[in-house]
Design a protein. Structure first.
Length: 162
């Protein structure tokens, strides 16, 4: 009788573990969303750090909504780390749809100066970027990593410089 009870408890525990694991995984074939930078604007500038507002377009290539509860990211410009940030902004990106998320991020004086030096002397200054990080999803689904690259045209002044 004792062995039957032990076996029943073990089977129930296995079924419960399998059920919980099934609830905490993304649907099969879930792809990470596509991300691209819409804009970068300075918010505050101090001698040691600069704070920026970053707008990112998130496109969902999946056949189900993505309920994003937050994200962390690193933005590289021209191969150098420039901006880091986190956000607890919640947004639902509809299936085969898109949303624009506003993020804030911080760069250091060193990162800012390095970007200015890299742009000086370039005939057609472009900012090649790489945006990496992870999106946190609701419902215990964990997170989706992402990594996307692109190019932004650097702003040009009236005198033709950067």
């Amino acid at each position: 009788m004792y062995n039957l009870m032990q076996t029943t408890v073990r089977v129930c525990a296995l079924i419960l573990a399998a059920w919980l694991t099934g609830c905490a995984t993304l649907p099969a074939g879930t792809e990470p969303p596509y991300l691209s930078i819409v804009s970068i604007e300075p918010l505050t500038v101090t001698p040691l750090e600069q704070k920026y507002q970053l707008k990112v377009r998130v496109q969902n290539p999946n056949d189900h909504d993505l309920d994003i509860t937050g994200m962390s990211y690193v933005l590289e410009l021209n191969g150098h780390s420039f901006l880091k940030g986190v956000s607890d902004t919640a947004v639902t990106v509809p299936r085969f749809g898109e949303a624009v998320i506003e993020l804030s991020g911080v760069s250091t004086l060193f990162g800012f100066v390095r970007q200015i030096q890299a742009l000086q002397g370039q005939q057609q200054p472009n900012l090649n970027y790489k945006l990496t990080g992870k999106l946190s999803l609701s419902g215990g689904f964990g997170s989706l990593p992402f990594s996307y690259e692109g190019a932004l045209a650097a702003p040009v002044t009236a005198e033709g410089g950067v």
